[in-house]
Design a protein around this ligand. Structure first.
Ligand SMILES: *Cc1c(COP(=O)(O)O)cnc(C)c1O
Length: 480
């Protein structure tokens, strides 16, 4: 954005403090195709439809056309017979759970519904359980592969189960749960099964497409709605379809199941309401951008991008294994890499701080259960340029050397002990202050430059205490 308008200039100045969204150096949150003109197309489509309200499809029939087109493209790739365009992965997951809860209520008379989740399932499912009143049955994963075991999932299914979830792949480790086995058992027991392919669906689907076209790419395990027993699947377009943010699809086995998640209301004096998503008024901008971008890139284009990403992920994973002090938490099965340390002198969070200093953002993931502290890398097409990938490995190696010199962050064991005695539900404001000061997050509404010390404390705290403190930190940022 270059402009003389002082208002736009102010926005440009604010953006200067953010992570870059292009260039492949921000390895979480952003997806850069590296394709010339694609973002411009998305922006133009978005602008043309910004004012169109997806709330009322009778007033804006263009919305129906675009959504039908997009869903058709997705079901051709991933199976299924119906779908809904949503604002993002979280909304797709929320709607999948809501749909399953309504289905369980109406079709099976389940009054106290349960949601069976591998402990690696995305946080969005816990949000859904909290919002829609389901009890979570958390299933531990294999500590070596970080995949859930079919027998453990089977044992967690009960008469109350509304939905079982598997990931393809999981966000934290980039591995694919045994979809076929879990879905088969779900079907046998008469419960619905959702595949969270939010991040991997578009990418894995097109990788398989590339393989079918005779390209030399490794086989992808079966994961989509063509697998017997899979009843819904979420796939984000604002990830590996490289479209503007605010774009995801929730696909269903059939339109009958989808219908259970819709909300209709006529008993008020206003307009008749039918909502297929959680939102009311919604801009058709992201829908138009997604339609335009997927139209331009096409199945062949995505196959090329996915193949390139897949190869680069393997190159990066092999490179990580060669760096002394680092290891892979799991062998990546898609485009995500979780890097752990295998040397007590190397603290991955210090590595992340060092890399950030040299312009790369790798996402810290605190230790949880059997999963060690890791750095998460989302490999997108922009990283999949040979020079970029090589540069990343060089910078990573240098950052590891510097982290070795700096040494790991040490958390005072007395602090951890004291924290363990705190009741997250009964913290006084003073206790919150003390806890935050110990974590290195003081007053002033600013986060520290180096996050390693904060993350080190955070991962030592009981998760419920962390969840109590995190909103306090963010509350200080949004101070008005
Ligand atoms: C990104 C992601 C989500 C949530 O999607 P948002 O678009 O961030 O709301 C859910 N599940 C998985 C596996 C994801 O990677």
């Amino acid at each position: 954005m270059t402009t003389d308008d002082p208002i736009l200039a102010r926005l440009t100045a604010l953006r200067a403090g953010d992570l870059p969204v292009h260039g492949g150096r921000t390895m979480a949150y952003v997806y850069d195709s590296g394709l010339e003109g694609l973002d411009e197309l998305a922006n133009a489509a978005q602008a043309a439809f910004a004012g169109v309200n997806g709330l009322d499809m009778t007033a804006f029939p263009s919305v129906v056309e675009l959504e039908n087109d997009l869903v058709r493209r997705a079901t051709a790739l991933l199976g299924g017979g119906a779908g809904t365009f949503t604002s993002g992965g979280t909304e797709s997951c929320l709607l999948a759970v809501l749909t399953a809860r309504q289905y369980a209520r109406k079709e099976r008379g389940v009054t106290e519904p349960e949601l069976v989740l591998p402990e690696t399932a995305h946080a969005a499912f816990h949000k859904a359980a909290e919002l829609f009143g389901l009890r979570v049955v958390n299933v531990p994963v294999d500590p070596d592969t970080f995949k859930v075991r079919p027998a453990d999932m089977a044992a967690a299914i009960s008469d109350r189960t509304a939905l079982v979830v598997v990931s393809a792949p999981s966000y934290a480790h980039g591995v694919i749960d045994p979809v076929v086995e879990v879905a088969r058992e779900a079907e046998r027991r008469g419960v619905l099964c959702h595949v969270d392919a939010c991040i991997g669906g578009w990418y894995l689907g097109h990788l398989r497409h590339a393989a079918r076209q005779g390209q030399d790419v490794p086989g992808v395990p079966e994961f989509d709605l063509s697998v017997p027993g899979v009843t819904s699947l979420s796939v984000d377009l604002h990830k590996y379809a490289y479209t503007a943010k605010g774009a995801s699809l929730l696909l269903f086995r059939d339109a009958g199941l989808r219908r259970h998640g819709w909300f209709a209301h006529a008993a008020w004096p206003g307009y008749p309401v039918v909502n297929s998503t959680l939102q009311g008024t919604k801009s058709a901008g992201p829908l138009a951008a997604a339609w335009a971008v997927t139209e331009r890139v096409g199945a062949g284009g995505y196959a090329v991008l996915s193949t390139r990403v897949h190869r680069t992920t393997r190159v990066l994973a092999d490179g990580v294994e060669r760096i002394e002090g680092l290891r892979l938490a799991a062998r990546p099965e898609a485009s995500l890499i979780a890097v752990a340390s295998d040397d007590p002198d190397i603290d991955v969070f210090v590595v992340a701080d060092e890399l950030r200093g040299s312009g790369w953002y790798l996402q810290p993931q605190p230790a949880f259960g059997a999963s060690p502290a890791t750095l998460h890398l989302t490999v997108t097409a922009a990283v999949a340029q040979p020079e970029t990938a090589r540069l990343l490995l060089t910078e990573l190696e240098k950052a590891v050397e510097r982290a070795r010199e700096l040494g790991p962050v040490r958390v005072d064991p007395e602090v951890v002990e004291a924290a363990a005695t705190l009741d997250p539900d009964a913290l006084t404001p003073q206790e919150v202050e003390i806890a935050l000061a110990l974590a290195g997050v003081g007053e002033g509404g600013r986060l520290p430059e180096r996050m390693a010390p904060v993350l080190a404390v955070l991962q030592e705290l009981p998760p419920r205490l962390s969840a109590r403190l995190l909103p306090e930190v963010i509350g200080r940022l949004f101070r008005t």
